[in-house]
Design a protein around this ligand. Structure first.
Ligand code: KG4
Ligand code: ZN
Length: 342
């Protein structure tokens, strides 16, 4: 079964043809990084306009590279949540339109579920497992029982971990996107230079939740307060932040495994490209650790098409009046109101 996956949730216009969930026949990504870097952040209106310009050429390229005619596609899939509304509308509209014209099924895909699926493209992974999803907008620990059945055990109660990297990079002018920029600077730093604080959320229902806004504020505004030596470099700041940000995720993911008696961990999302993160998880003994191939870690169409294959098999197609949604209920928790975002 050939699936065309379309991804336009943020600043990559991507399309991919995947056969039967894992045979990636093409994976085309048109990045908008250059156009947003002037602002060191994604400008939603620019993102929508660029998706509109690029989406058809990108789909054409994906079909051509896969050597598949559009009429041979069995299922059309597009990410319809969570993401920037104007950006999502572009991908979903084109996916629906082609499916409608060709009388083929269309399926709307949750971008975060597709990230969690991405390590399945290059690994044989058995359920259940504990999934750690780390992206620019989300940080979640889940227990996955099948491709579509999972329980959210914990989330960030404020900033996502990728967001903390991005904001710190922006403040110190390290480059855009912030994650890879901080990682690069951190390479030559001493992670023990700063004793940055990290909120301790260990009480009952917050056992698997994390918080990054305090850490981010400390790194941006209170360096002097947390330094452990007199002279330090930006590399020391970046390395100390990175260690603090990731060690807690390792600890909580391991805790979720031990409390559920599960031995497999799947780490996915853009931040899973980080080598320090990969290293500390790979050091864990007694667990099976899975990451996406680097080309499927950050936003791409292959994870959308691959996941769509299984979602369609389990749940069937979407209705053609399906909408787009900026957030997903239960994927982010606001501490102040103690309410789930909608
Ligand atoms: O999954 P993704 O491509 O888009 C979202 O769904 O958000 O993730 C983007 C996030 C950004 O915050 C980016 O700075 C971060 O992933 N990121 C990294 C690395 N590569 C991307 N963070 C840390 N280290 C990296 N190497
Ligand atoms: Zn993403």
């Amino acid at each position: 079964m050939f699936v065309l996956g379309i991804e336009t949730t943020c600043d990559e216009t991507a399309a991919s043809v995947v056969e039967n969930g894992t045979n990636v026949m093409s994976n085309i990504i048109s990045s908008q990084i250059e156009r947003h870097s002037k602002w060191q952040g994604v400008v939603p209106e620019i993102a929508s306009r660029l998706h509109l310009q690029k989406i058809i050429p990108v789909i054409n390229q994906a079909l051509k590279k896969a050597n598949v005619q559009v009429s041979q596609i069995d299922l059309f899939a597009a990410a319809n949540r969570p993401g920037l509304i104007g950006a999502l509308i572009v991908g979903v509209s084109i996916g629906k339109s082609i499916a409608w014209k060709l009388k083929k099924p269309f399926i709307g895909i949750n971008h975060i579920e597709a990230h969690l699926y991405s390590p399945h493209i290059n690994n044989k992974i058995e359920f259940p497992y504990i999934g750690l999803l780390v992206s620019g907008g989300h940080t979640m620990i889940v227990k996955a029982d099948s491709f579509t059945k999972y329980t959210v055990l914990g989330t960030t109660i404020d900033d996502a971990v990728g967001e903390a990297f991005d904001k710190i990079a922006k403040h110190y002018n390290l480059g855009f996107p912030g994650g890879p920029a901080v990682e690069k600077v951190a390479l030559s730093g001493d992670p023990k230079s700063f004793n940055f604080p990290l909120s301790n959320l260990y009480k009952s229902e917050r056992l698997y939740d994390v918080s990054y806004s305090g850490l981010k504020t400390a790194v941006i505004h209170h360096l002097e307060k947390y330094k452990k030596k007199n002279s330090y470099t930006m590399a020391d700041v970046a390395a100390s932040f990175q260690k603090r940000a990731f060690d807690i995720l390792l600890k909580k993911t391991k805790l979720a495994c031990d409390n559920s008696n599960i031995k497999s961990i799947v780490v996915a999302g853009g931040v899973s490209a980080n080598k320090y993160l990969r290293r500390i998880f790979n050091k864990l003994r007694g667990y099976n650790i899975y990451f996406p191939d680097l080309k499927y870690a950050t936003d791409n169409g292959a994870m959308i098409a691959g996941f769509a294959y299984y979602k369609y098999k389990e749940e069937g197609k979407s209705k053609l009046n399906i909408g787009v949604y900026p957030r997903v209920k239960g994927f982010k928790i606001s501490l102040e109101k103690n309410l789930l975002c909608r």
